[in-house]
Design a protein around this ligand. Structure first.
Ligand code: HEM
Length: 142
């Protein structure tokens, strides 16, 4: 999946298109999110991150899928359903520092590896998501 990608990160091409666009973008984002939460739910290295979430991950899976579909440039499923994401505000109830950010990225990068995303796409997507994850930090650390 996702090989022969030439234009990763170019201004004309959205991540959604690189992930398969109309044909399979939604399906690939669904796979990415399912794999992301499967890792969060099973790898002891991210037990602290898992513990911040509800016991049942069904809603978290659905919301991240809807959010990322729009965020990558596909249909704005999350906004149509819930309005403006206000992502940082929605994360304020949780204490997020470097460790939580890094555990979140660990799950995401491992999910992309497991799904054999093409390397340049993986790097670009990880860079962009890191920016969002870093912005979610709300705990002062020295
Ligand atoms: C930086 C580390 C992060 C931590 C520790 C974290 C943690 C959480 C937690 C605990 C929830 C609530 C889930 C539940 O109720 O079970 C949540 C919701 C959510 N997170 Fe994160 N998150 C992080 C980063 C991100 C990033 C980078 C994104 C997007 C790219 C994201 C997107 C979302 C969305 C869309 C929701 C659902 C919001 C809603 O309630 O509508 N999160 N997150």
């Amino acid at each position: 999946m996702l090989d022969n990608i030439q234009e990763v990160g170019s201004s004309q091409t959205t991540f959604f298109e690189l992930l398969g666009g109309q044909a399979s973008g939604v399906e690939n984002i669904r796979l990415l999110v399912e794999t992301f939460y499967d890792i969060m739910d099973s790898d002891p290295k991210v037990a602290a991150l898992r513990a911040m979430h509800q016991a049942d991950l069904t809603e978290a899976r659905e919301k991240l899928f809807m959010f990322l579909t729009g965020w990558t440039g596909g249909p704005q499923l999350y906004i149509e359903r819930y309005g403006h994401p206000m992502l940082r505000a929605r994360h304020l109830p949780f204490s997020i520092g470097d460790a939580e950010r890094d555990q979140w990225m660990f799950c995401m990068i491992n999910a992309m590896h497991r799904l054999k995303f093409e390397e340049s796409l993986m790097i670009k997507l990880a860079q962009q998501l890191y920016g969002v994850a870093d912005f979610m930090r709300n705990r002062q650390e020295n």
